[in-house]
Design a protein around this ligand. Structure first.
Ligand SMILES: [Mg+2]
Length: 336
């Protein structure tokens, strides 16, 4: 973190007290505070509390350190946090075991809508990681759950659904008792997500349904999808194609949209301030979680770099190289 000894502290404090009196309320000794900041390990970052002026030109946004003991549940993105493609990343089982040993809950939250929770569990099991289907929330499930809620609570019609998607989306919709159709004129809802076996006919069907008045919903808007071959077109690219074809913008549920975090924290039965989101991608994992009031950790095992995280307007609370480093931070704070 670019903190330097030349922080102009007095002016900053006076200025910030005026602008954010409550945020600065508990800093009684600015000198000690600076000393603490400058002695932090490189991996720890303190965004979004108040701004510190560096050399009169640079602004660094800071936030209070995460209160680890208050964290009762952790949400993990999967691609780039738990694994990359078919390669397991280090320290996953140890992290899950540690959280469970301290009575914390955990949930994998992925925008990938192609697999069912059982298929994700199978993938994790093949990598030697233990998980139960209810510990995985994909955007397919979140989207189906969200749509069912709109029908039950907002009085939306319970109509048929036409999709661009795979097993994950199909199974999630069936679980919520939706009837699928391939006839555009029959569809009340048109839901699009990733399909690795996408055909023109599927796109045409969903586009016609939207033109016919079906409500256009997207599982997630990730423009790309990380693979061993590199970044491939993601669900967001499919949504962009359909939006271009129809002139209609979709309602999107997956991260960084609130729908996904809302479903996730309800699944583990906690409040936002008790939950930490761990992700590799600033624009999906971290930005949405910050807006939802969660603590956040950016890990460097996937898409975003340390620079990406640090240079964000509202950086994550913590930047950790990988899960073993994050587990160490939990252990250190828990033993205090
Ligand atoms: Mg990811």
């Amino acid at each position: 973190m670019p903190l330097q000894s030349s922080i102009l502290y007095d002016n900053t404090m006076a200025d910030q007290r005026q602008r954010h009196p409550s945020a600065c309320h508990n800093i009684s000794n600015p000198t000690n505070f600076v000393t603490r900041l400058t002695h932090l390990p490189d991996s720890v970052n303190f965004p979004c509390w108040f701004q510190v002026i560096l050399k009169e030109e640079f602004f660094v946004t800071l936030s209070p350190p995460v209160d680890f003991q208050r964290i009762r549940g952790v949400l993990f993105d999967m691609d780039g946090v738990v694994y990359v493609g078919s390669n397991l990343l280090p320290g996953v089982q140890e992290m899950f075991d540690y959280l469970e040993s301290t009575g914390r809950k955990w949930l994998c939250v992925t925008n990938n809508a192609s697999r069912t929770p059982a298929q994700f569990v199978e993938k994790l099991t093949s990598m030697g990681v233990r998980a139960r289907p209810e510990q995985i929330l994909g955007s397919a499930e979140a989207t189906a759950g969200w749509l069912a809620e709109q029908i039950e609570e907002q009085g939306w019609p319970r109509g048929k659904v036409i999709i661009v998607g795979q097993d994950g989306l199909r199974a999630a919709l069936k679980q919520h008792h939706f009837e699928l159709t391939t006839t555009p004129a029959e569809a009340t809802y048109a839901i699009a997500g990733i399909n690795f076996e996408l055909t023109y006919e599927e796109l045409a069907g969903v586009a016609l349904a939207i033109r016919h008045g079906a409500r256009f919903i997207g599982t997630n808007s990730d423009p790309s999808y990380p693979s061993e071959r590199g970044l491939l077109p993601g669900a967001g690219s499919i949504l962009a194609l359909l939006a271009t074809a129809t002139g209609v913008e979709p309602t999107v549920i997956g991260k960084p949209n609130a729908g996904m975090y809302d479903q996730a924290i309800r699944r583990i039965g906690l409040q936002p301030h008790e939950v930490m989101m761990v992700g590799d991608r600033y624009d999906t994992d971290i930005s949405g979680a910050l807006s939802f009031g969660l603590s956040t950790t950016g890990v460097l095992t996937g898409v975003s770099t340390r620079h990406d995280f640090e240079s964000a307007v509202q950086p994550p609370h913590i930047i950790a190289t990988d899960l073993p480093e994050l587990r160490q931070l939990f252990e250190q704070h828990d033993s205090r």
